[in-house]
Design a protein. Structure first.
Lengths: 285, 353
């Protein structure tokens, strides 16, 4: 073994330890747990069984919650993309102080803790909260709107907090598009819309793809926001899993739900990546 | 096939005056070069013509009609950029066909025209490559084909050869000139390379700090510059400071320069201090019994293969650079007699009024 390979191995030790301790180990543990029999006086029993998965896959209720989780995350991702693109565009064109201020505004949702932020939403959207009162005072609505504990509010709050994860990679991609490309396409007769469709959008894909994956994964796994703002009405996989783990202490079943969600998410992400690989391949400069 | 005029263009960026009263004219089918150092306004002028920039004052006309209000995508001009600006996510054929696709050109027609353009710039076999998979010279030819396939009313080239190595530069330069002349397209060409400008252009505009210092044919720019700046920028030159006295009727001047009294042609209306332009190639060392125009002493001498480069100090402090035949015996410190082709000497002011 040469000194160089020794050094390489040495340098990779922290990463390997980190991944092993905080990823491989817990996931293996979780998979093992998902095959345990349910316990009576303990969180899990002594034997192994596949009954939790048959229960999940055989019950329409769980399919429904899983579908809601995946679709909600999909909706959040798409809305995030729509909201973020114009912001990313402005950010990519900003220089100096303006750029600094814009960056600060964009990451501002991340500067508040998750609980504070969600309690904020609860207060603002409550039946007698400032939003409803203002709308009523302005005569726009007659009765207070029921916003809290709705799917819509969960989606809105998630879009709000995940926008930075979409804006920053797209901004990066947009900054890498030389202005001469848009000028070239304009000189060839392209309207602003055509420049956007043919040049800007495809070339920003190296930012769009990671942004979408990031937001999707974060949205699927979001727990606090659906738990606080969705209430009992909107159950998604994470709230269900936490309920099993800490409410009824069904660790094996909770683990099986968690593994189901993880596997589903991986399938969605891999499918998305494969479907968009051609776009990605082309746009790589 | 259009006559294009830029009339009194003005443009400023904050405090910096980028264009100051720029007036140019390209007759139908002409190639007009904008020549100058960086920051002189040549690219700004081109960007105004293309419609990427709006001048603050002045007008741009095409066949007499103002096009200032037309956005760049409605001008129908072909633009070739210094960095080529090829669309990295499109193949060579898609790049070339992009403008036709926007025009909703029927598929078979489009394929034919793209094929012709590919033939024209000799890129056959590379149609399905992406820009990053071909060389710089090939990318440049794609950019050219992409501009020409649209049959533009005006072709604008912004330092198209700047990123090519010397050998390719020569090849692509002739290709550009050939294609421009074959198709008879009016063109503006921006460069900071005087030999490129000389070789390719019908007309050259030498630019200086946002203004057009001189707008004339390459021959006139080189042989009859209006001021020292233009002479300096267009090639090797000797300048001899002198006092000029106009000769009645002949349009010529009587001067004393480098210890010799001469009668030479020059810029009209000179009076008093002036500069005599003597290109090195109009000078030669005198034969033993020949009458010399200048007598001096050799102070520098270098053998460069095809010739020897010499610098000669004159009694009044001026110097002359000239080329001598490779095997002429010349030594630093020797006295040298120099003969000048007087018809090619040119008197001009140091700075045009």
């Amino acid at each position: 073994m040469t000194a160089k390979t020794r050094l390489r191995l040495l340098l990779s030790v922290p990463a390997i330890v980190l991944i092993f301790v905080f990823m491989i180990l817990p996931i293996t543990n979780m998979i093992e747990m998902s095959f345990r029999t349910p316990g009576t006086s303990e969180p899990f029993g002594p034997d192994y069984t596949g009954m939790h998965y048959t229960r999940i896959l055989g019950d329409g209720y769980y399919w429904g919650v899983l579908a809601r989780s995946l679709l909600t995350a999909g909706l959040v991702t798409v809305l995030c993309l729509i909201v973020s693109f114009p912001i990313a565009w402005h950010l990519s064109r900003a220089r100096g102080l303006k750029a600094v201020l814009l960056y600060a505004c964009i990451v501002s949702p991340l500067m508040t803790g998750v609980l504070v932020r969600n309690f904020g939403w609860m207060i603002v959207t409550a039946l007698n909260g400032p939003l409803n009162e203002t709308l009523m005072a302005l005569g726009i609505i007659e009765r207070p709107l029921r916003l809290l504990f709705t799917q819509g509010l969960v989606v809105l709050a998630l879009v709000h907090v995940f926008v930075p994860f979409m804006v920053l990679p797209i901004n990066n991609a947009l900054r890498n598009i030389p202005e001469s490309l848009t000028e070239a396409s304009a000189s060839m007769g392209a309207s602003r819309m055509q420049v956007f469709r043919d040049i800007i959008l495809p070339l920003s894909f190296p930012g769009i793809q990671p942004g979408m994956i990031l937001v999707y994964v974060l949205a699927v796994a979001a727990y606090v926001t659906p738990a606080l703002l969705g209430g009992q009405m909107v159950s998604v996989m994470p709230t269900l899993i936490v309920g099993e783990l800490t409410g009824t202490f069904q660790w094996p079943f909770g683990s099986a739900l968690a593994i189901t969600l993880s596997v589903s998410t991986v399938i969605v992400v891999v499918t998305f990546t494969m479907l968009t690989s051609k776009l990605m391949e082309r746009a790589k400069a | 096939m259009a006559t294009v005029e830029a009339i009194k263009l003005h443009k400023r960026y904050h405090d910096f005056v980028a264009l100051d009263d720029v007036t140019l004219r390209a007759e139908s089918g002409q190639l007009v070069t904008l020549l100058g150092p960086s920051g002189c306004g040549k690219s700004t002028t081109l960007r105004c013509l293309a419609g990427f920039l709006d001048p603050e004052g002045g007008d741009i006309t095409l066949d007499g009609e103002s096009i200032l209000k037309l956005p760049s995508n409605r001008r129908g001009f072909g633009v070739v950029f210094q960095n080529y600006a090829l669309f990295p996510h499109m193949t060579v054929a898609e790049n070339i066909g992009y403008g036709l696709r926007l025009q909703k050109c029927p598929k078979p027609d489009m394929a034919r025209r793209v094929g012709e353009a590919v033939d024209l710039v000799r890129l056959n076999g590379l149609e399905d490559r992406l820009p990053r998979q071909i060389s710089g010279g090939q990318q440049q030819r794609v950019a050219l084909a992409r501009a020409l396939v649209m049959k533009p009313r005006l072709l604008l080239l912004d330092e198209p050869l700047a990123n090519l190595d010397a050998r390719l530069r020569d090849e692509v330069r002739w290709l550009i000139r050939d294609l421009q002349q074959q198709s008879g397209i009016t063109a503006f060409y921006v460069t900071h390379d005087q030999s490129e400008a000389m070789a390719m252009s019908d007309m050259v505009a030498v630019m200086k700090a946002g203004r057009v210092a001189q707008f004339a044919t390459p021959r006139e720019i080189y042989q009859k510059p209006v001021e020292r700046y233009v002479a300096d920028f267009t090639g090797e030159a000797n300048f001899l400071a002198c006092q000029s006295v106009a000769e009645q009727g002949s349009g010529q001047y009587r001067i004393e320069a480098g210890g010799t009294v001469l009668t030479v042609a020059g810029v009209q209306g000179l009076n008093g201090r002036a500069e005599l332009l003597v290109r090195p190639e109009t000078l030669r060392l005198a034969a033993p019994d020949e009458a010399a125009d200048f007598n001096g002493r050799i102070v520098k001498c270098a053998f460069v293969g095809a010739s020897q480069l010499c610098e000669i100090a004159l009694p009044d402090g001026g110097t002359l650079k000239l080329t001598a035949a490779p095997n002429t015996p010349v030594h630093v410190g020797d006295a040298a007699a120099v003969v000048m082709d007087r018809a090619q000497a040119w008197l001009m002011p140091e700075v045009a009024p």
